[in-house]
Design a protein around this ligand. Structure first.
Ligand code: ADP
Length: 458
């Protein structure tokens, strides 16, 4: 066991309790290097780190060049949750190499809070294989011979007790996740689930140790390691548990978890919550919303925006399929309105309308057509001076970020749980320009999100 004993800081670790980490970070040293297995999960993690005081950038994939931001943590967003394990390993190791080259002092592998990973479904799980590959790569690093795994995120109703994952009030395998089309989770016992995916032995740090705090957690880690166990599922049923776990992870080369564990890590580097962490450049320019999400919360948000009297234009997928250039139409419609405040362009529709369109065009083709149109609209809006952009929909966000050629985002203040404002450079802004954007996945956000978001930018 190489993780430091209680009260004995690891080699290279910044002693807690001061502003040393910010002094280090201000000369460009990266403290936490994170690898997230999907895009919205990356933002969720980044958001938690910012709220705990870290200055965070999120990259879309592994950057080609060096880090271009003065931050404490970087979250590399991959799309590796349901790809073949060999590909997920390759991408994750590439991310690790890049993060190490930026000087990252601890690596955080972030996965879904429902631990989406199984060996019995249509796609083989990636959490075990990627963890194992990262541990192999970090085996010689200080603190590299032991890691934890816990998707606990009590704020989101994900708790782990006696190694069993609960989603809200029920066990994982009764939560609907047993029917997930790609990663059905039929076993709530995470020690068993992870052990099936790893050659290293998996054990449990149960709630009795977690409730007692750092010393008991470290003692349990040492006990497990003496039994040849190198990976531990950790119980956590509250944020207090995660905050007690945090100090015991100081000096560990690799942490694997959902986004919850992140709330306890910045303190290990002497970082406390501050307004400074979420500071973004001052907002300027025109405002717009592009919505391709058909989730219930988004339907209410579109309705709310229209009720408030703001201009909104619906996109009809059947007209796109008929060859009409709806993107050009939408941009012509928006142009004269933008000067008076935010406009909304949406394809958001109720389930009946979506089903009918999908029946005529096919599910994938309909989705791809709408994403292409909305992302062209997002790009066109930015080219016309929009510098504050709200995008609704996970896939829609991915398409818009791609159309805007965004490689990296700085994470700013939270608008609603899990949804922060971000700032990014885009060639669509003209030479050297940037824009503020927020990427809201499906069911996030209050009904007034599309108006409220703009009031929260300085
Ligand atoms: P969410 O985060 O709510 O799941 P996504 O953007 O991830 O939203 O997914 C919505 C999908 O539905 C996208 O592929 C989008 O292009 C597609 N879509 C949006 N509007 C319609 C519509 N009116 N008819 C059919 N498909 C649509």
């Amino acid at each position: 066991m190489t993780a430091a004993a209680p009260g004995r800081p690891k080699q290279g670790a910044v002693p807690s309790g001061g502003s040393a980490a910010h002094e280090v970070a201000s000369v460009g040293a990266l403290l936490l290097g994170c690898i997230a297995d999907d895009f919205t999960g990356a933002t969720d993690l980044a958001n938690n780190l910012v709220r705990a005081g870290m200055r965070v950038a999120q990259t879309i994939g592994v950057p080609e060049g060096p880090l271009d931001a003065d931050v404490d943590a970087v979250v590399v967003a991959l799309k590796s949750r349901t790809i073949a394990p060999a590909d997920a390993i390759e991408q994750s190791l590439e991310a690790l190499t890049w993060l190490q080259a930026q000087g990252a002092r601890q690596i955080y592998f972030k996965y879904c809070s429902t631990f989406d990973s199984t060996f019995s479904g249509p796609v083989r799980g990636n959490i075990g294989p990627v963890t194992e590959a990262l541990m192999d790569a970090l085996a010689d690093a200080p603190g590299g011979d032991f890691t934890i795994a816990t998707p606990a995120f009590p704020d989101n109703g994900r708790t782990v007790f006696k190694g069993h994952l609960f989603v809200g009030e029920v066990l994982l395998n009764e939560s609907g996740m047993q029917n997930h089309p790609l990663t059905p989770m039929s076993d709530p016992n995470l020690v068993r689930v992870l052990q099936a995916q790893m050659t290293r032995k998996v054990g449990l740090i149960d709630h009795r140790a977690v409730a007692q705090g750092e010393a008991a957690i470290r003692a349990r880690m040492e006990e497990l390691e003496s039994q040849g166990i190198q990976v531990a599922i950790v119980d956590a049923v509250s944020n207090d548990d995660l905050l007690r776990l945090g100090p015991a992870l100081k000096g560990m080369a690799l942490v694997t978890a959902g986004s919850g564990v992140a709330i306890g890590l910045p303190a290990n580097f002497g970082i406390a919550p501050s307004m400074q962490a979420s500071a973004l450049p001052a907002a300027r320019g025109l405002q717009a919303v592009v919505s391709g999400s058909c989730s219930l919360a988004t339907q209410r948000q579109v309705h709310h925006f229209m009720q408030s009297g703001r201009p909104a234009l619906g996109i009809d997928p059947l007209r796109i399929a008929a060859g009409v250039d709806v993107a050009a139409e939408a941009l012509d419609w928006a142009q004269p309105l933008l000067a008076d405040g935010p406009v909304l362009v949406y394809s958001t529709a109720d389930p009946g309308a979506v089903k009918s369109v999908q029946g005529q065009l096919g599910v994938e083709d309909a989705g791809a057509m709408v994403e292409r149109a909305l992302s062209r609209i997002a790009r066109g809006l930015v080219e016309r001076g929009v510098r504050q952009l709200v995008v609704a929909g996970g896939e829609t966000s991915g398409a818009c970020v791609q159309a805007l050629e965004i490689a990296q985002m700085r994470i700013g203040p939270q608008i609603d749980p899990g949804v922060p404002w971000c700032h990014a450079l885009s060639p669509a802004c003209g030479s050297g320009g940037g824009l503020h954007l927020t990427l809201k996945s499906g069911n996030f956000g209050t009904d007034d999100f599309f108006s409220k978001a703009f009031t929260l930018l300085p």
